[in-house]
Design a protein around this ligand. Structure first.
Ligand SMILES: Cc1cc2nc3c(=O)[nH]c(=O)nc-3n(C[C@H](O)[C@H](O)[C@H](O)COP(=O)(O)O)c2cc1C
Length: 180
């Protein structure tokens, strides 16, 4: 059941520093590339940061609460040019495209026995400058990928978080059949 894989996915914070193989990384990017997008606009670019020096620099742009991400072997900046998204309904569909690509990548990550964590807590301007992302692009998400490791390096709050799963609303709270 694909649902088993979906349920196994979690945004863990206990990363080990073990590298991710190029083969695994390529399959994760491939999963992102195959995502659906509005009008097939494919409004995404993936900037993979994995060189240790580049990673160390990029780590300085993370918000304080995301200190745990420093240990993850791979950082993928998902960049998008808002104008390149589908214009339907005047809605920012580039964000939908990016979201679908990110979830595809996360599921392939879990399938490979690795851990992925999407984030929004970082300084966009700093990351853009460090990686040369053009001015007219936004960074929509930063995804950390790596092997799961010991929670020993986490603070107490995050150690506790690793032991539990995040709750979800019940289906009957969010599903409306035929009428709201
Ligand atoms: C767009 C987005 C941004 C997020 N930003 C952060 C973040 O900056 N730091 C963090 O620890 N978790 C972040 N998360 C992870 C969420 O907190 C997590 O997905 C949510 O609590 C559900 O938990 P789960 O992914 O383990 O099922 C983000 C998730 C998404 C989708």
């Amino acid at each position: 059941m694909l649902l088993d894989l979906i349920e196994k996915r979690k945004s863990g914070r206990a990363f080990s520093e073990k590298p991710v193989s190029d083969e695994a990384l390529e399959s994760i990017l491939e999963a992102g590339r195959k995502a659906p997008s509005c009008g097939n606009t494919q409004a995404w670019d993936f900037v993979v940061v994995k060189d240790p020096e580049a990673r160390a620099q990029a780590n300085t742009a993370m918000s304080r609460g995301n200190y745990w991400a420093e240990r993850a072997a791979v950082m993928i900046l998902v960049a998008s040019r808002p104008e390149s998204g589908c214009p339907a309904h005047g809605q920012p569909y580039y964000m939908m495209d990016v979201g679908l690509a990110v979830e595809n990548m996360l599921l392939q990550t879990v399938h490979l026995g690795l851990m992925g964590h999407p984030t929004a807590g970082w300084k966009e301007d700093n990351l853009k400058e460090l990686t040369g992302i053009p001015d007219d692009y936004r960074i929509a998400a930063v995804v950390f990928i790596g092997h799961e490791g010991s929670p020993d390096h986490l603070d107490e709050k995050n150690k506790e978080r690793e032991k539990t799963r995040t709750p979800r609303k019940a289906l009957d709270e969010i599903v409306h059949y035929d009428k709201w």
